[in-house]
Ligand binder design. Structure first.
Ligand code: UDP
Length: 245
């Protein structure tokens, strides 16, 4: 068990707080129940979300680590708090899609649910004031957000994460539709997966019924938001509907 202590709040985001710690190389991330959507226009709370996202993200990151994906995760400290390596976040939202949904469907005028032969990868500039605009590799390089070598690593890691997560959730009766990743730089310059992987940042559809089990229920006022997050937590720990739990 870690002996690291929580110090001052250094950053408060929409869904998480980040604290300095007695270890200068680590931070504590504290997950909140607060939820925002539609570019910050919609605000609310999802009871129990912080604890679920903390647990789920840590279990998934641990699984990814075991499969060769470096992450910021150090140790889960409590229901909502996790010790992570301090990183410099690469200001890119890396979105991987297996199926049309959300902005992809809107932007290209296609229905949701078109299954792609190959996953797509898109980049957005992580900048709230500019509303996270879509950009391509050369834009990201021109803006000095990242380097060619980092981009190559990020692309390779994002696609590996997709393959691993897709398979993981398939075994739990869930289709991974799309998700957003963020990466960070360690002091030695190496790239690790950071931020979170949860129903806030992924689209999850039940494989049989296509029922939405993610934040779209909040974004679209569909009801059953808390129940969907709970359901995903239950599925996480019970592969094949619990037969092999
Ligand atoms: N996403 C996210 N944070 C963002 C934007 C998107 O976590 O700021 C996730 C979202 O949950 C979905 C995927 O990235 O799983 C693709 O989102 P999309 O571009 O379709 O935008 P959305 O419709 O979610 O705003």
């Amino acid at each position: 068990m870690s002996t690291v202590t929580k110090l001052e709040l250094i950053y408060e985001g929409k869904a998480k707080k980040v604290y300095a710690t007695s270890d200068p190389d680590c931070c504590i991330v504290s997950y909140k129940d607060d939820a925002t959507a539609l570019d910050g226009l919609k605000k609310g709370t999802i009871a129990g979300k912080g604890a679920i996202n903390n647990r789920m993200s840590n279990l998934l990151m641990r699984m990814l680590e075991q499969n060769g994906v470096p992450t910021h995760l150090v140790e889960e400290l409590s229901e909502r708090d996790t010790l992570v390596k301090k990183v410099e976040i690469v200001p890119l939202e890396v979105i991987v899609r297996n199926c049309s949904a959300g902005h992809f469907a809107q932007r290209y005028g296609v229905p949701e649910g078109m299954v792609f032969d190959e996953p797509t990868l898109e980049l957005c500039y992580k900048n709230d004031a500019l509303h996270d605009p879509l950009l391509n590799d050369s834009h990201a390089l021109a803006l000095g957000l990242t380097t060619k070598q980092e981009l190559e690593t990020i692309r390779t890691l994002a696609l590996r994460v997709n393959a691993l997560l897709k398979d993981f959730w398939k075994q739990r009766g869930v289709d991974l539709i799309d998700f957003k990743l963020e990466f960070g730089r360690l002091p030695d310059g190496s790239i690790v997966l950071a931020d979170e992987i949860s129903p806030d940042t992924c689209r999850f559809w039940d494989s049989a019924t296509h029922e939405k089990l993610d934040k779209d229920r909040f974004r679209r006022d569909m009801g059953g938001v808390e129940a969907a997050y709970q359901e995903m937590m239950t599925r996480l720990t019970k592969p094949n509907g619990g037969e092999q739990a």
